[in-house]
Design a protein around this ligand. Structure first.
Ligand SMILES: [Zn+2]
Length: 294
């Protein structure tokens, strides 16, 4: 009986030690800031409740791609014109966000409707893309999401060279491939805004007019979770973080949403029944670790 108890205690100590080893190994695997994995949602200042995207769009999130932007051209100063199948890129981005459990529908006509995400091209050279939330008004999208080809032309060549010098993209990645990858990063990111997400570092940040505020809705510090697509500042830092996360140069297939991004979009859509801040994905990983130890 005593012997049995002794063995049992030893067993427990051993388990604790093993779990510590496991965590410290993960901690050494990469050291990118944990905050870059958290997800921040847009809240109403008056009510302190999340801006519910089901209220904004309805049960099905409609989106519209004007036929004239199905294929676009982005000019690159040293490499000439690059043609992008924008329609396919947007469809890819929608299919990614669909993984949050959201339902989307592409509109073929916007006659008589305003509650949709309207994709468009802008002419602002100071960013890669924008998302604007409008008051519902006749003949326009409640959320306008623009890609800015002139911003790409201005920023892309330098950014391409910097990432290549740092070994964060492969030395044989062409400018065409790089532009396509940046279009995808931008569309995933801007669509995240359209789904109610703010930048990862905007917890407590007040937005235009002081009516909206950022609140952390998914927190997940574990190392195996990817950086959020909603990186603040220039979209630039996202690719660097993914490269650090993977410990190798990135390619377009590495540009995917994190589980936390998906959970964030789900929470913004179902925010009337809030489920707290700790990531379910984190919790699931913790539980499975615990399960394997026991
Ligand atoms: Zn943004």
């Amino acid at each position: 009986m005593i012997l049995f108890l002794y063995v049992k205690i030893m067993y427990i100590y051993k388990l604790v030690f093993l779990s510590l080893v496991l965590f410290s190994q993960l901690a050494n695997a990469n050291d990118i800031p944990k905050i870059t994995k958290n997800v921040v949602g847009i809240f109403n200042v008056d009510t302190n409740k999340a801006v519910n995207t089901r209220d904004v769009y309805g049960d099905v999130i409609n989106y519209y791609i004007p036929p004239e932007i199905n294929t676009i051209t982005i000019h690159s100063p040293n490499d000439g014109d690059v043609s992008i199948d924008l329609q396919s890129e947007i469809e890819f981005v929608i299919s990614e966000w669909r993984e949050a459990g959201l339902r989307f529908k592409r509109l073929s006509s916007i006659q008589g409707t305003t509650r949709y995400i309207g994709y468009r091209l802008g002419n602002d050279a100071s960013a890669y893309g924008y998302t604007n939330f409008n008051e519902p008004r006749e003949g326009d999208a409640i959320t306008r999401l623009s890609l800015e080809p002139s911003g790409f032309t201005r920023f892309i060549p330098d950014y391409y060279r910097r990432l290549m010098r740092a070994g964060m993209i492969s030395s044989n990645m062409t400018m065409h491939e790089f532009i396509r990858m940046m279009v995808r990063v931008t569309l995933l990111h801007e669509t995240g805004h359209a789904l109610g997400l703010a930048h990862h570092d905007e917890n407590g940040h007040e937005f235009i007019g002081g009516m909206r505020v950022g609140r952390e809705i998914v927190r997940c510090g574990i190392n195996i979770s990817r950086p959020s697509i909603m990186q603040g500042g220039s979209s630039g830092s996202y690719l660097s973080l993914v490269s650090q996360f993977l410990s190798r140069p990135v390619n377009i297939n590495d540009v995917v949403l994190s589980r936390n991004d998906l959970e964030g979009a789900d929470r913004m859509f179902n925010s009337h029944n809030s489920r707290g801040v700790v990531s379910l994905f984190c919790m699931a990983v913790f539980m499975s670790m615990k399960g394997s130890e026991l």
